[in-house]
Design a protein around this ligand. Structure first.
Ligand code: NAP
Length: 256
């Protein structure tokens, strides 16, 4: 079935767009008519996503830009570059850049805790702030900010003290942003993926997966495209009365 075309004439930026969920989001947005800025610290993978978009979705102009979301100057450069190129800020912003540095609480090094918070939580803050400031300054009274938390931000996960804290923070950040930005017409929502097959999860130990799999009602890991489906809904006017919520895309993981 062909994707609907709900994002025609919209400009979107997707951090982490070079891989996994972010790449799938870029593809889905482009398939719905958006122009997409693929933003990633990994220039090579960002350009691979761009190639896919340019080959399959030619009607719009897409670009790939390098960014380190944990650095304010880098995020500022990204948003300036987007505005110089398109003469407008993006009205859709997805913060999908993320990392893991797993270790048990009793062994976690301070720098591994800090790094995960810097990328996952502070990175989401910096991009959300930069894009929403640009929208407000440009007088654009319509925007959709989509953040990517995780189911483990709600329930915790052994070996992920830093990651689960960062993702719980992303949910709180999103709800607060929704409260502050609704008066500017900007909606903010958070996606909570469960276990999604991507480079981030490809090296999960078998003993972890064998414990988790029976807890997934749908009986399998999710696909990045299934997360992208929900992002496209949240980016589009089909969700125009939805803000400040978190949506689990987890196949029923941990509900029982
Ligand atoms: P992924 O395949 O590893 O993609 C993450 C992308 O973000 C990579 O291209 C990575 O670049 C980039 N990145 C990392 N640090 C960055 C930084 N400082 N600035 C800019 N880009 C950066 O992971 P994924 O599975 O698609 O995950 C996407 C998001 O979903 C993450 O926030 C993740 O926490 C979240 N999530 C994933 C799952 C899952 O099961 N996969 C579940 C819940 C939540 P490099 O390749 O250079 O690292």
């Amino acid at each position: 079935m062909a994707a609907p075309c709900r994002l025609i004439s919209r400009l979107a930026v997707v951090s982490g767009g070079g891989s996994g969920i972010g790449r799938a989001v870029c593809q889905r947005f482009a398939s719905e008519g958006a122009s997409v800025v693929v933003a990633d610290r990994n220039e090579e993978s960002a350009h691979k996503t761009l190639e896919l978009l340019s080959r399959n979705y030619r009607g719009q102009e897409h670009v790939a830009l390098e960014v380190d979301v944990s650095l304010k100057e880098s995020v500022g450069r990204l948003v300036n570059a987007i505005q110089s190129h398109y003469f407008q800020p993006p009205s859709i912003c997805v913060s999908a850049a993320g990392i893991t540095q797993d270790e048990f609480l009793l062994k976690m090094e301070e720098e591994d805790f800090d790094r995960v918070i810097q990328v996952n939580l502070k990175g989401t803050f910096l991009l959300t702030q930069a894009v929403s400031s640009a929208l407000v300054a440009a007088g654009i009274s319509k925007g959709s900010i989509i953040t990517v938390g995780s189911i483990v931000g709600k329930v915790g996960n052994v070996g992920q003290i830093n990651y689960s804290a960062s993702k719980a923070g992303v949910e709180g950040l999103t709800r607060t942003a929704a409260k502050e930005l609704s008066k500017y017409g900007i909606r903010c929502n958070c996606i909570l993926p469960g276990f999604i097959a991507s480079p981030m999860t490809e090296n999960l130990p078998e003993k972890v997966m064998s414990k988790v799999s029976p807890l997934i009602l749908m009986g399998r890991m999710g696909k990045p495209a299934e997360v992208a489906d929900v992002c496209a809904f949240l980016a589009s006017d089909d969700s125009q009365y939805i803000t400040g919520v978190s949506i689990e895309v987890a196949g029923g993981l941990f509900i029982g």
